[in-house]
Design a protein around this ligand. Structure first.
Ligand SMILES: CC(C)(COP(=O)(O)OP(=O)(O)OC[C@H]1O[C@@H](n2cnc3c(N)ncnc32)[C@H](O)[C@@H]1OP(=O)(O)O)[C@@H](O)C(=O)NCCC(=O)NCCS
Length: 450
């Protein structure tokens, strides 16, 4: 296989495409015959061979289990350069957004493509505020779940249920849904938080707390989680800042497992509610959004065993355990979100005067792993989940709600990705496979089997 353009992945080398007079091409030789394919160059100089005609021309398919080399779409939302630890939303570096923006503003940016004006942000916040309540009948749905149901199962089911209360946004009619997109987007960003808090209250046998119009997004969530009729919850400044930052840092992350799921489901024409409900299910697993809870369970078990992390590292190297919160399919450098959140976690825990022995274990694990040949060789660095669980724990969020918190944060990304699919008239996502099962054979009647 050869390519006539230099696919160096320098972030910011976007001028390359303008320097090349001829559009770049790649050729692939199959069974002695050369086939030429166009090369697609992204706005940051990323190169991809466009193999859409490969099968019809050669009879072959490309095989890439886990999609490590496969671009499934072209997207304008988020850019990651995993080798350099770069993450940008709509061109804005995550470090600047984390320092200067808020979750609400970043959500707007991710969904609509530009930072909002003052009026736009006010109106966005207003819509989110107005949509916080759930239809009263939905309370019965919560009661239908066993009290120890996992909150991710409840969240996925309830997001689909919300769609049932808004049929004009969930009839799988693209034109109708795009016309009401803003309403659906703010409704979901708002209600996901109410569903999460109500699920928690129900699981504790506590009465549901209704949202308040005077509170900001994060405060309102904590109010619905922790207020009692006789004692309203007051959000400490440090908690507000840490949770807003947590949500902002999770707002989108390119073609991860759950976002690709949302796009896959949307590509079949499914509505926004159904698509994000599927995203929640994909997020649930411990290799994806479930990792933040797995990190705390790992740290607790290390603590219980009286280990400082050294024994655990040894086990991880021998393949007996996995260091949760470490490693990433795309980042082969420090996950920039982990760097930002690690520092914020330390600041918040200090300001609140919370001492958590798990933080010391986490620091020790990080230090040991970053020096260890096994982790260095495989380019395994802490990811965003490594410290986020410690912050959620300090706020009082139960461990089985951690992935739900991730889902609240990721909602803008899922919505923006659904919109990209809904606005394009692209084909349904439908990968191929290599069949490795039995060859054709004749049906055997039951009396002749065994
Ligand atoms: C994120 C993750 C799923 C990426 O997986 P991936 O890109 O498929 O990477 P692989 O599983 O192929 O790992 C490559 C090598 O590193 C090792 N490795 C990867 N993550 C590891 C970890 N967390 N602890 C110990 N070893 C790890 C693998 O065993 C493999 O070693 P080998 O080459 O000797 O077989 C993986 O790193 C992981 O399971 N991390 C822990 C879970 C987690 O934190 N997930 C949240 C992601 S944001």
């Amino acid at each position: 296989m050869s390519s006539d353009s230099n696919p160096s992945r320098d972030a910011g080398s976007g001028d390359e495409k303008t320097q090349n007079a001829d559009p770049p091409k790649a050729s692939i030789v199959v069974d002695g015959r050369e086939h030429e394919y166009p090369v697609i160059v992204g706005s940051e100089g990323e190169h991809a061979i466009d193999t859409r005609k490969f099968r019809s021309q050669t009879g072959y398919i490309t095989y890439d289990e886990g999609y490590g080399n496969t671009g499934s779409c072209q997207s304008e939302i988020t850019f990651i350069d995993g080798e350099k630890g770069v993450l940008r939303h709509r061109g804005y570096p995550i470090e600047q957004l984390a320092e200067k923006s808020t979750f609400m503003e970043t959500a707007y940016l991710i969904i609509y493509g530009e930072l909002p004006t003052d009026d736009e942000l006010t109106s966005f916040r207003q819509h989110v505020r107005e949509n916080a309540n759930l239809h009263e009948d939905m309370r019965h749905h919560f009661q239908g779940f066993p009290p120890d149901s996992h909150p991710m199962a409840v969240l996925s089911a309830m997001l689909n249920a919300v769609g049932c209360y808004h049929p004009q946004m969930s009839r799988n009619n693209r034109e109708e849904e795009l016309a009401r997109f803003q309403e659906a987007a703010t409704l979901l960003i708002s209600k996901v938080r109410t569903i999460a808090a109500t699920t928690y209250r129900m699981s504790q046998g506590l009465p549901a707390v209704y949202p308040r119009r005077d509170l900001r997004y994060v405060e309102n969530f904590l109010h619905m989680m922790f207020s009692d009729p006789y004692e309203p919850y007051e959000t400490p400044k440090e908690v507000f800042e840490a949770l807003d930052l947590f949500l902002l840092l999770h707002a989108d992350h390119e073609q991860n497992c759950s976002t690709s799921t949302v796009r896959m489901v949307a590509s079949g024409g499914a509505n926004l509610f159904a698509s994000v409900a599927a995203g929640v299910c994909a997020l649930w697993g411990p290799l994806h959004g479930g990792a933040n809870a797995a990190v705390i369970r790992m740290l607790e078990s290390i603590h219980r065993d009286g280990d400082d992390g050294s024994r655990f590292i040894k086990d991880a190297k021998e393949g007996k355990a996995r260091l949760m919160g470490f490693g990433h399919r795309v980042y082969k450098n420090y996950d920039p979100r982990a760097k930002i959140f690690g520092e914020a976690a330390e600041r918040m825990l200090k300001a609140l005067g919370r001492e958590d022995p798990l933080l010391d274990i986490a620091r020790h694990l990080e230090e040991a792993a970053l020096k260890d040949e096994y982790f260095v060789e495989r380019k395994l660095y802490p990811n965003v989940d490594f410290y986020s669980g410690l912050v959620l724990k300090a706020i009082g969020i139960p461990v089985n709600m951690f992935t739900v918190m991730f889902a609240i944060g990721r909602m803008p990304g899922w919505i923006a990705n659904w919109k990209e699919i809904a606005e394009s008239s692209k084909r349904i996502h439908r990968p191929r496979q290599i069949y490795t099962g039995k060859n054709a054979r004749d049906y055997v009647p039951v009396e002749k089997r065994g």
